[in-house]
Design a protein around this ligand. Structure first.
Ligand code: PRX
Length: 661
């Protein structure tokens, strides 16, 4: 296959672009050969018999027959060398308390906790749900689970007890690891009580968790019930385990599950995305190497929470697979002052800083004086992830944070893809950057932009992003729901009869004349609020559970900082009247039963939702009213008065805004 068959343009290629294309062409022309060589950069107990088993698409399996354990590659590998003395984590709590863990320290802690988990009866394939704040024991717990072959499933600590319960019921863990509490914007959050409530709800739903390990955050004092026989203190368990404990890493098949991470889909039920032991490891290793070009003295700070995929891959597995140092920070980015991130960058001489456009927009709002107070000259690369980055925000990031000389690495990927898929690759060759574009797909990624029928669109035309070949970091599937896996990701564009399988990420994209990709956000009913995926269906479920609510429809509306925020249109039950108090109550209710991220920015009260004659809510029409767009085709609308209702509720809101100003 010639380069022109992989990419449509061949003339006047920039030398870096050419170099990148050549590598990518090599990877796509003969994937099995390519990955066979690449995967040998990692340590395996046994090499694979087959690089890619594609006999049962779309259930692709990578490095089949291969046996390994990711903790050998993230820990044992390094403690056998001088890297053992290198810092693995500089940890900083929100109040300013600090801890430093070397690779040797991390290795010791992981072995000890692995022993503890085993002692509690956790074995290969068992699930360990981890509901923890950003403290070092979180990566320790994940790695300890991985060491003994258990499957970790981290639940973001900002999630409500209900959300925790849903995940527990789905994953059926043997054990829950949690913490007493943590700091957020100067307040102490009582996590253990939330965990208890989640466990109680899960039990009512038929899933009882036998053991709960509680890490004491230190410095936080919160009241909670300690359930005898079920609850155990981490510190007690670990202190009874000798420091020189060595736990034999459990041999894992490449296609075994390393972790489950839940993400929102278009229905109310979150999807348990499963990642594999071998494929995920190989993909994370190489994707990381290409995008960050890691060097031994790097200090990487991914300002994200480990409760999301970004933290899994760029705070835990990626940096550790490369033996580099990471910063881990517990709290809010603008606490106690808006220069907290820059102070941290300066203190630890951070070389790679990676965060979401929402965080950049938030920090930009405070003004550049806060950035200028600090010496950020250590920065070598600054990254962006999770949502489209507006060109003006990109420029501010580049000029003010990056001092006009630090490349912005805008990485497009998803929970499902394991690690970055479309991003500049300084580890191969840094292509000329365009503000707002994630540039080109990485090697191994056969991306295209197509129309509704699956035909490639012309440059400059908006279409749907697709991935036309399997890649090692791809999800294994959805926990307990193989049908949903096929339906969600493969049905739209695959042609099974012809043996054609195409992955559909549900994102809009444009490819420009130079082949650069511009990722434009979700093409389904999933919102991207502050870089976090939340489904309209889950928010609607939460709202409808409120006693005053009969029906609800949620859409995303643009927001200058968070990118997008939910707006709810609500029909009340008989006997309830619309009021500002009730609006506030519904917002708090969503925070409580789901997560504060999903709380609607506004609630509009109407008597009827716009629906099709078959009863489907026409969110498109609500969006049109709110954004001032044309209504488009309304022929399927059951009752036109329902649109007028929204128009007047929205106008009412406009008047209120006017009054407030
Ligand atoms: O819409 C895309 C957006 O975030 C979605 C994935 O969300 P999640 O699984 O939570 O993972 C976030 C961290 C990888 C995608 O479907 N997205 C992610 N990165 C970008 C992006 N949109 C535009 N540009 C990006 N760089």
């Amino acid at each position: 296959m010639g380069i022109e068959q992989v990419l449509p343009f061949t003339e006047k290629l920039h030398p870096s672009v050419k170099k990148l294309f050549e590598e990518r062409q090599k990877s796509l022309a003969n994937p099995e050969e390519y990955w066979d060589e690449k995967a040998r950069a990692l340590i395996w107990f046994k090499y694979w018999d087959r690089v890619l088993d594609d006999s049962n698409p779309p259930f692709y399996r990578w490095f089949v027959g291969g046996v390994t354990n990711i903790t050998v590659n993230t820990l044992d590998r390094w403690v056998k060398t001088e890297v053992r003395n290198r810092v693995a984590y500089y940890w900083e709590g929100e109040p300013g308390d600090r801890r430093v863990l070397s690779y040797q320290d991390l290795y010791r802690e992981v072995n000890k906790f692995a022993k503890v988990l085993r002692g509690l009866g956790v074995g290969p394939g068992d699930r360990v749900v981890i509901y923890m704040p950003m403290i070092p024991e979180l990566p320790v717990a994940m790695l300890a689970a991985a060491r003994i072959g258990a499957i970790h499933s981290v639940v973001f600590s900002g999630f409500s007890p209900n959300a925790l319960a849903d995940r527990i019921v789905d994953a059926k863990p043997k054990i829950l690891v949690t913490a007493d509490g943590y700091y957020r914007r100067g307040k102490i959050i009582n996590l253990k009580s939330k965990a208890d409530k989640g466990l109680e709800i899960a039990e009512k739903m038929g899933v009882k968790v036998g053991k709960v390990v509680v890490v004491e955050r230190g410095g936080v004092s919160v009241d909670y019930d300690f359930v005898e026989g079920r609850d155990l203190y981490y510190s007690e368990l670990v202190s009874k385990t000798p420091d020189n404990t060595y736990v034999e890493p459990e041999p894992r098949r490449s296609e075994d599950i390393l972790f489950i991470l839940y993400t929102s889909g278009t229905t109310g039920k979150p999807k348990g995305i499963m990642h594999s032991v071998g494929g995920y490891m190989v993909w994370v290793y190489w994707s990381f190497k290409w995008t960050w070009d890691p060097r031994p003295d790097d200090v990487m700070w991914t300002m994200a929470d480990i409760g999301w995929i970004t933290g899994h891959t760029y705070i835990v597995y990626g940096p550790l697979l490369h033996g580099i140092t990471s910063v881990m920070y517990e709290g809010a980015p603008d606490y106690p002052e808006p220069d907290r991130p820059w102070e941290i960058v300066e203190r630890y001489r951070v070389t790679i800083f990676y965060t979401s456009p929402t965080a950049v927009r938030l920090l930009r709002r405070y003004g550049e004086e806060w950035v200028k107070k600090h010496d950020l000259s250590s920065l070598r690369l600054i990254g962006s992830v999770g949502e489209p980055i507006n060109p003006d925000v990109w420029k501010w990031y580049h000029d003010v944070v990056g001092g006009g000389k630090t490349p912005v690495i805008d990485t497009w990927w998803q929970t499902e893809t394991g690690a970055a898929m479309i991003a500049p690759a300084p580890g191969i060759a840094l292509v000329p950057l365009k503000p707002g574009s994630a540039t080109y797909p990485l090697p191994g990624v056969d991306a295209d932009v197509v129309d509704e029928e699956g035909r490639p669109v012309k440059p400059g035309v908006k279409g749907y992003l697709v991935i036309k070949k399997p890649w090692p970091g791809m999800l294994l599937g959805i926990w307990g729901d193989p049908e949903r896996y096929v339906k969600t990701y493969w049905e739209k564009y695959s042609r099974p009869d012809e043996g054609v399988w195409v992955y559909y990420p549900a994102d809009y994209a444009i490819r420009d004349e130079d082949g650069y990709l511009w990722l434009l956000g979700r093409a389904d009913e999933v919102l991207n609020v502050a870089g976090h995926r939340v489904s309209t269906a889950e928010i609607e479920h939460a709202i409808v559970a409120h006693p005053a609510v009969a029906e609800a429809a949620v859409i995303g509306v643009p927001d200058p900082v968070k990118g997008e925020v939910p707006l709810a249109v609500v029909v009340l039950r008989e006997g309830y009247e619309p009021s500002r108090e009730l609006e506030q109550e519904i917002r708090s209710y969503v925070s409580e039963v789901y997560t504060p991220i999903a709380a609607p920015s506004r609630v509009l009260f109407v008597r009827k939702l716009p629906k099709t004659r078959s009863g489907k809510i026409m969110r498109r029409l609500i969006r049109a009213v709110v954004t001032g767009a044309t209504l488009g085709d309304v022929s399927t609308l059951e009752d036109e008065a329902s649109v007028d209702e929204i128009v007047s509720a929205w106008a009412e809101f406009g008047r209120e805004l006017g009054d407030a100003a």
